[in-house]
Each structure stands twice: as structure tokens, then as C-alpha cells.
Design a protein around this ligand. Structure first.
Ligand SMILES: *Cc1c(COP(=O)(O)O)cnc(C)c1O
Length: 349
């Protein structure tokens, strides 16, 4: 079993007990005359600070995911949640984190920003993890293990048995970034909160939910962890317009389901087409809205596409991704465009 108090960084532990000591302010509502926050009474309704606990959005998400609102924390994109994980648990210059490699570059970036040692552990040739290898990289100062499933840039789901082994054997926190899980038809770890007191799951409105502009991330974890997130959070972290738009999306989630279905069909079509291209060596399996393709000369194809006004991600600088491009599934016409243009590609050497 994990000892959550012991895992939390010392100064954060102190801050939390200070927050606890202060009596909790009751939320205000429209019935009150609001003279407590130095707002301007004009320019309704945007003159007021937004709901601080985002009750309405959390209530809808809780219903949808079969969790309670106390197991949800909302952040300014899941990017902010990644930073908060480091700030809650990791003591700069002393603690470290372990992560699969290659993966989303944000974990390394926030480790550096927070002055935390980052220990990448190479996946195998099919981008799968070994719990044993990851655990071997841990020592008594390892606070977090970073996983991403489906993983970026590889696109695959991580082996569920290996992830379970980690969750059971590791005495720190396992963070599972499930940013792409709604593109996969496989069960998600966010549905298993009650089994794992040391698990934090990250979701986002930016990908399957088609709302990158509103910057909304969702953290799922047991109540004890979510409580800490709330106590270290900025005041009013989620702006009013974002909360309103999130509620609107949640009401129209059947549109999202339809878009996902179309994108999955397009993914299949794109991956098959790429496999038949002369410039492509291999396409890796994907459970996300993108796929990784090993090219004969990724840089040259990348340059060619740029000239034609098409942006893809060149992943050649990442471990195990030499000569790989990561291609996002676009709208039907956009996918047809890239395939048409690639049929005219001539190798430069
Ligand atoms: C896009 C992405 C994020 C960032 O999501 P935001 O909610 O837009 O900040 C985090 N993790 C992964 C794996 C992503 O692909």
C-alpha cells in the first residue's frame, strides 16, 4: 500500500494542512448580494468569477464515466495537470521520475522545468513496456512513473497486464495519460479507479472531444489524490467560457461518437494506403487518431509535404523512431489530399 502523506513533497504537505486549517468558504450563488470579491457589478454575466469547483461540468462527467465528482479534477488542458503532478509529489533536485521512452515529450519538459531527474526506459521494438525494466529504474526517490496509453508517437495501447503489474508493485504514483483512449475500443484505466489508490489518469477535451481551443484537461483518481490537486490548484482555474462550452459538448456527445467513427474508418483507409506507398517501409498499429509510419527517407518526405503545404510530425529525433513520421487523421478531403500528393513524391537520392 502507498503512504500518500509520505509521497507528497514536504512544502506541499505543509500547504495542505494550512488550507485544511482555514474554514472552507461556502460557494456563493445568484441569490447573494456579492460584495466579497472586489468584482465590478456591471458587464453581466462575465463580471463574476466563475464557479470555483466547476460542479456542473464535474457532475456531467461523473455521470458519463461512472465515478463521483470527488474523483475528478479539471485543469487548464492536461498539460497543466502534468505540471501539477510534478509539483505535488517531486522534491526538486532530490526526487526522480521514471517514464517509458519514446512517449509524449511533455513529461520530460515538466521534469526539467521542475528540476526533477527524468529516467527514460526504452520500450521494445513493438513499443511495449516491461514492468520489470521500469521497476528496475526506480529507487527510493522515484515518486512517479509516467505511462501514456495509447502512446504517442507510437499509437499503440500499452500491455494491460504489464501496467497492472506496475500499479501493484510500485510504491509511488503511476500516471497513465489516456489522452487518446476514446479512439480505442479497449477498456480504459479511468474505469478502474477503485482498484488502484496509486493511479492518476489524465484525459483531455483536446483530441477525441474536439475542443483543443478551450484548454480543458480531466484528472481521474481516488478522492485522497484529487483532494490534494484541489488544495494546490490556482483559484478559479477553469474560466467561465470553458465551463459553458464543456457543458455544451457533453450535451452533444453523440456528435463526438459520430466523428470518432468516421476518424477510425479514415485511419484504416490511410494506413492501408500508406503501406502501399513506395516511400513507406512500414506502418505501426494504432489505437489513436494518428499513426506512425517508417519511411525510407522521412526528412525528404517531410520537406516535400511542407512545400505542398501539409504539416506532419517528423519523429526521427525520438528513440526507436528513426525515419518515422507521425500522421494525424484529418477530414476526408485532407486525407485524400496527402495521399494524392504522396503518390507524386520522387525520392531525392
Ligand atoms: C495532446 C496531449 C496532451 C496535452 O493535452 P491538452 O489537454 O491539450 O493540454 C497530453 N498528453 C498527450 C499524450 C497528448 O497527446
Amino acid at each position: 500500500m502507498i503512504d500518500l502523506q509520505q509521497l507528497v513533497r514536504t512544502n506541499i504537505r505543509a500547504l495542505i494542512s494550512d488550507v485544511d486549517a482555514k474554514a472552507e468558504q461556502t460557494e456563493r450563488d445568484a441569490q447573494h448580494i456579492m460584495l466579497d470579491a472586489n468584482e465590478n457589478p456591471y458587464n453581466k454575466p462575465l463580471n463574476r468569477y466563475p464557479s470555483d469547483n466547476q460542479a456542473a461540468v464535474k457532475e456531467e462527467l461523473a455521470k458519463l464515466r461512472g465515478v463521483t465528482h470527488r474523483e475528478i479534477f479539471l485543469s487548464n488542458g492536461s498539460t497543466e495537470a502534468i505540471d501539477i503532478c510534478f509539483r505535488i509529489f517531486c522534491q526538486p533536485k532530490i526526487d526522480n521520475v521514471v517514464a517509458i521512452e519514446p512517449t509524449c515529450e511533455l513529461y520530460r519538459r515538466f521534469a526539467r522545468l521542475n528540476d526533477i531527474e527524468y529516467r527514460p526506459v526504452l520500450l521494445d521494438d513493438s513499443f511495449q513496456l516491461s514492468a520489470t525494466k521500469l521497476l528496475k529504474a526506480c529507487d527510493r526517490h522515484t515518486k512517479l512513473i509516467w505511462l501514456c496509453s495509447p502512446n504517442s508517437p507510437s499509437g499503440n495501447i500499452l500491455n494491460i497486464t504489464e501496467v497492472e503489474k506496475l500499479l501493484k508493485a510500485f510504491n509511488g504514483i503511476v500516471v497513465i495519460d489516456e489522452a487518446y483512449t476514446d479512439f480505442s475500443r479497449l477498456p480504459a484505466f479511468r474505469e478502474r479507479l477503485s482498484e488502484f489508490p496509486n493511479m492518476i489518469v489524465l484525459n483531455t477535451f483536446s483530441k477525441a472531444w474536439a475542443n483543443a481551443a478551450i484548454r480543458l484537461g480531466v484528472v481521474y483518481a481516488q478522492e485522497a489524490i484529487i483532494d490534494i490537486f484541489k488544495k494546490v490548484s490556482n483559484p478559479y482555474p477553469i474560466n467561465q467560457l470553458t465551463q459553458e462550452q464543456a457543458l455544451d459538448v457533453l450535451k452533444h456527445r453523440y456528435d463526438i461518437e459520430d466523428w470518432i467513427k468516421i476518424l477510425l474508418l479514415e485511419r484504416k483507409r490511410m494506413m492501408l494506403a500508406f503501406e502501399s506507398l513506395a516511400c513507406c517501409e512500414k506502418v505501426y498499429p494504432s489505437n489513436a487518431n494518428f499513426f506512425l509510419a517508417k519511411m525510407k527517407d522521412a526528412q525528404s518526405v517531410y520537406n516535400y509535404l511542407c512545400q505542398k503545404g501539409i504539416k506532419v510530425r517528423n519523429c526521427s529525433n525520438l528513440s526507436l523512431c528513426n525515419n518515422c513520421l507521425r500522421i494525424t487523421i484529418g477530414a476526408k478531403a485532407e486525407n485524400a489530399e496527402i495521399l494524392g500528393i504522396l503518390r507524386y513524391y520522387k525520392p531525392t537520392k
